[in-house]
Structures are given as C-alpha cells and as structure tokens.
Unconditional design. Structure first.
Length: 263
C-alpha cells in the first residue's frame, strides 16, 4: 500500500476522532433570563453525533442517493449495534392498535401481552435489549402483509431500531429536538424505555399499573450515539486499509459551493 494512502486514511480518522472529543467536551451553557436558567448541550451533542454518522456513511456509500438507505445500511454494517435489528415493542403495539386488519390478530395477541408486561408500567426502566427479536415478530407477521402494510406504508422494517435511529436523526436535524418525550433520568449509556404518565394522577397510575395510562418513551442517550461513532471509525479504518480505499474520494473539494463546478 502506498504510504500516501495510509497517511490520507490516518488523517481522515484522526480528524473525526478529534471532532468526537470536542463534541463530548461541550460545556453546559447557562443563560439567565427572568431569573430562570436555560440551556443544556445534550441536544446539540446528539445533533452533531448523527451528523458525524451521516458524513461517515457518505465516505463508503457515496453512490447511494437515498439518504435513509445510506444511513441505515452504514449503521448496520459498521456500528456493531447488536440490538439495532430488534423491533421496538411500543411502536409495534401502537401500529397494531391503529391497524384493525384481522390478519394481524395472532401477532396482536402476542404483542399486547408483552406490552402489558413492560416494566415501564410500574415505574421501571427497560432496555431495548428486551425488545422482541426481528425474526420472532416476522414469524407472526402475515405473509401477505410483508411488503405493504396499510398505515402510511409502515413495514416491519420501519419498526426496528436501525430505522428508528434514522427517525431520531431526522427530528434532530430538521426540528432541533429529539422525538417523543423521553428523558435520560438515570444517565444511562444504552438505549432504554421509561414510563410517562399520560392521564390522571401519576402515583395512582403507578400503583394501578394501567398500561393505557402510561406511555413507554424511547431514549437514545448521548453517550450511546458517541459510542456508535467511535465504533464506526474503528471499523472504517480497517475497511479503508484492507480495501486500499481513500475516504476523501467520496467528497469533492474546491472553491465553489456548487459541487459540480469543482469537477
């Protein structure tokens, strides 16, 4: 391998490792207004981390025009996220609540039983590692509904965590917020769910264990996103070196902001 190529790969990986360190070191910003203190950097850190994943995906998937496919396939290939293929139980349950098709009845019975037993209904956390495996849901998913579910073209793939991470990315990028109402109360480093009272008295709901009165909020913590980026960089470096690929070939540089003018 030419030394120049090894150097280019090293420069690329080093640059992004440095960016990750700087993102993680962002300090809490305090703004006093009317005797109230505002602002926490976590939402900005999450936004920056998914931007890093977007950019890294382009380094190996530059020919993939559709951003969702590029992002999801990159995370699946390079981030070693074992739980990414799992199906989010609350999202699946909500899909089945909104879908009256009798073809889903066997799956509906199985899912609702699991959803009712979620620890979040008793004020406890649940890790996404306890979500159903994709193959277990697929086994009960109606054969004639595999490719064309009736609600806004939602398919089984739409409900797994690889695709939900992309939904998380979209809300951060386009709305500067995380989707849902999740909060990382316990400062956990792995994706998880917590309960949130959505009607009546919260203590009464907790004692009653009424799953209809508690939503299961999904949380992708900042440190989890940081870990995905770190893992991706480690795997990308090996990938570039093994295949003798220059990551900079996927990008265009030049004076002009319209890329085609720099060709």
């Amino acid at each position: 391998m030419k030394e120049n190529l090894k150097k280019e790969i090293t420069v690329f990986i080093t640059y992004f490792n440095k960016q990750l360190n700087e993102i993680e070191e962002l300090k809490t910003l305090s703004v006093v207004e009317d005797e109230k203190v505002f602002c926490h950097p976590e939402i900005f850190q999450q936004l920056l981390y998914v931007s890093v994943l977007d950019t890294l995906a382009r380094s190996v998937k530059s020919n993939q025009r559709e951003n969702k496919k590029r992002f999801v396939s990159f995370v699946r290939r390079f981030c070693q996220w074992q739980d990414g293929e799992r199906v989010s139980l609350p999202h699946l349950a909500q899909f089945l609540k909104k879908n009256p098709d009798p073809a889903f009845q066997e799956l509906r019975d199985w899912v609702f039983k699991k959803y009712k037993a979620m620890p979040v209904h008793n004020s406890k956390f649940m890790l996404i590692s306890d979500d159903p495996a994709y193959k277990d849901v697929e086994r009960l998913w109606p054969v004639d509904k595999k490719n064309n579910a009736p609600i806004e073209k939602i398919q089984l793939d739409s409900l797994n965590h690889f695709h939900l991470l992309y939904a998380h990315r979209n809300t951060l990028v386009h709305e500067l917020r995380a989707p849902g109402y999740g909060m990382n109360f316990a400062n956990m480093e792995v994706p998880h769910y917590h309960g949130r009272s959505i009607k009546g008295d919260e203590d009464a709901v907790s004692a009653k264990g009424d799953e209809d009165a508690v939503s299961a909020e999904l949380v992708y913590p900042r440190k989890f996103l940081h870990h995905l980026c770190q893992t991706a960089l480690q795997n990308l470096e090996k990938y570039f070196l093994t295949n003798k690929l220059n990551p900079y070939d996927s990008f265009k540089f030049g004076t002009y902001w319209i890329q085609e003018l720099n060709s």
